[in-house]
Design a protein around this ligand. Structure first.
Ligand SMILES: Nc1ncnc2c1ncn2[C@@H]1O[C@H](COP(=O)(O)OP(=O)(O)OP(=O)(O)O)[C@@H](O)[C@H]1O
Ligand SMILES: [Mg+2]
Length: 258
């Protein structure tokens, strides 16, 4: 945390073991408001487990997780997601395959803005206005992500990269404070990589969303992130600007092949 300011996310001493493996070992991490932080490290270094323990998918053995100053350690994944302040993606992309792009986004918005499943289907004037508001927001995000030409195609018929963009746009529907992305560029073509980078930048600058991004592509980390943290065997190996991290001798040995 920097002088007196409340971080968007502040994690202290996070530890998670699976049997004999300490997947995450006493890691501290904070993200300032408006920051894009990179989380890098070799395969199996604990990056996804760190996400799991921060977002309620797994229970940490010890450590604390604070979101905008409130303690959310041990909150469930559902509780954290429903609140809509901190959202995460998974290494595997998940979309509603039979629904078109716009419907995917509207449904995502409904999950956050409607208090119960029943009210999702209510037909009162207020709920119609809410749906109209969600549709408008969905259309804006569809334009932003360049999905306009395929807005009314079934998500399942689109490419893996386009599905990632749908997932990303869906996450922006509730205007979250923080988005955690697990390898957002994996398996997508270079043109769409540029599009995802632009969208992350736009969401960061114009919507005030902070990001924590797991990314193996060092060029992407350098282009997007102001700071990066390197994990190795569950432990924090170093942190600094992308240039500092890349220049670090231990990082080069552990991760970048010397
Ligand atoms: N559910 C689980 N059960 C048992 N072991 C696990 C589980 N999840 C992760 N691990 C172990 O924890 C360690 C860290 O794995 P994790 O998936 O967090 O690494 P990662 O940095 O995300 O790797 P990658 O870059 O390959 O995605 C690995 O040794 C992994 O085998
Ligand atoms: Mg992983």
């Amino acid at each position: 945390m920097t002088s007196g300011k409340v971080s968007v996310l502040d994690i202290k001493g996070l530890t998670k073991t699976y049997g004999a493996v300490t997947a995450v070992d006493n890691v501290d991490l904070h993200i300032d408001h408006g920051e894009i932080l990179g989380l890098i490290g070799p395969n199996g270094s604990g990056k996804s487990t760190f996400f799991d323990c921060s977002t309620g998918l797994a229970t940490p053995d010890s450590g604390s997780v604070s979101l905008e100053g409130s303690d959310i350690t041990n909150w469930s994944l559902n509780r954290i997601a429903r609140e809509g302040r901190m959202l995460r993606s998974f290494q595997k992309t998940v979309v509603f395959k039979k629904l078109d792009v716009e419907e995917n986004l509207v449904i995502a918005g409904q999950m956050f803005t409607f208090p119960s499943v029943l009210s999702t289907f209510s037909v009162g004037k207020r709920s119609r206005m809410r749906i109209e508001g969600l549709r408008k927001h969905a259309r804006e995000l569809i334009e932003l992500t360049g999905l306009g030409p395929v807005a009314h195609m079934a998500a399942g018929n689109l490419s893996g990269g386009q599905q990632k963009l749908i997932q990303f746009a869906s996450m922006l529907m509730p205007d979250p404070r923080l988005i955690m992305l697990d390898e957002p560029m994996a398996g997508i073509n270079p043109k769409l990589v540029e599009r995802v980078i632009d969208t992350i930048r736009y969401a960061n600058r114009e919507m005030g969303v902070s990001f924590l991004i797991i990314e193996h592509n060092i060029d992407v980390v350098t282009s997007l992130c102001s700071r990066a943290i390197v994990l190795d065997q569950g432990r924090k190996l170093c942190e600094g600007t992308p240039a500092e991290v890349i220049a670090n001798k231990q990082v080069r040995e552990a991760y970048l092949g010397g």
